[in-house]
Design a protein around this ligand. Structure first.
Ligand SMILES: C[S@@+](CC[C@H](N)C(=O)[O-])C[C@H]1O[C@@H](n2cnc3c(N)ncnc32)[C@H](O)[C@@H]1O
Length: 217
């Protein structure tokens, strides 16, 4: 994964030497950190409705697909308590090595787990962000039915672990409008409200943000 605009392959681009290479990419760190700031801004987007904003240190935020922790560390920098989850050991090992060097006052936990099987108790999480990782939950799902199933089950879990007024911002790269609709629908069918932000709406795929709010059970 040396070219800036090539789409990464999972898991090959995130294992062994590739995990180290990923962590050394300065443009990647910059992108991940900038996108994290955008996601945090979107969590409080007025179009999602009023939200009484507390100190960030009062919140627990989940970073789905945290990789080597560029996004997690940005969240810690901002003052959040953070749980980072990633399915690949090679990425998490680097994240935990970086943790030892950092000196954050807030709580950080790194968990080796998949987004599709979250080891988190119900109603524990205030916010969720996911940056350039959520696409991969449909890895190896070739037909529409199995894609729908995994998206639906994951959205249901996300609903359960969020607190009553919980919000999520998912940044990802859908292949086209049809795929975007599939992802958004999985959340709407599981009692979320929300909408899509795309910098270039004419673009078939491209960087896309889902802004989601849990509706009261
Ligand atoms: C672009 S990278 C990491 C982005 C991360 N936000 C950062 O700051 O480095 C995408 C990550 O998603 C992870 N991933 C892919 N599928 C996953 C899954 N099902 N559950 C958890 N993590 C997953 C990969 O292992 C990889 O570390």
């Amino acid at each position: 994964m040396t070219r800036k605009h090539s789409l990464p392959r999972f898991p090959d681009d995130y294992t062994g030497e590739k995990a180290i290479e990923y962590n050394n990419l300065t443009w990647m760190e910059r992108n991940q950190r900038t996108t994290t700031l955008r996601c945090v801004e979107y969590l409080f987007d007025p179009k999602l409705g009023e939200y009484e904003k507390l100190e960030f240190s009062d919140y627990l935020i989940l970073d789905l697909g945290c990789g080597t922790s560029f996004s997690t560390n940005e969240l810690l920098n901002l003052g959040f308590n953070v749980v980072g989850i990633d399915v690949l050991k090679d990425m998490l090992i680097i994240a935990s090595q970086k943790r030892n060097k950092s000196n954050y006052k807030t709580r950080e936990e790194l968990i080796l787990a998949s987004i599709i099987n979250l080891p988190i108790k119900p109603q524990k999480i205030d916010f969720i962000i996911s940056i350039s990782a959520y696409n991969f939950i449909t890895y190896k799902k070739t037909d529409l039915k199995s894609m729908r199933k995994v998206l639906d089950e994951t959205a249901r879990q996300i609903f359960l672990i969020l607190k009553q007024k919980g919000r999520a911002v998912i940044e990802f790269y859908p292949y086209n409008q049809k795929e975007l609709k599939l992802y958004l629908t999985s959340f709407i069918n599981n009692n979320f409200t929300g909408f899509v932000i795309k910098d270039n709406p004419q673009q078939k795929g491209g960087q896309t943000f889902l802004l989601l709010k849990k509706e009261v059970e």
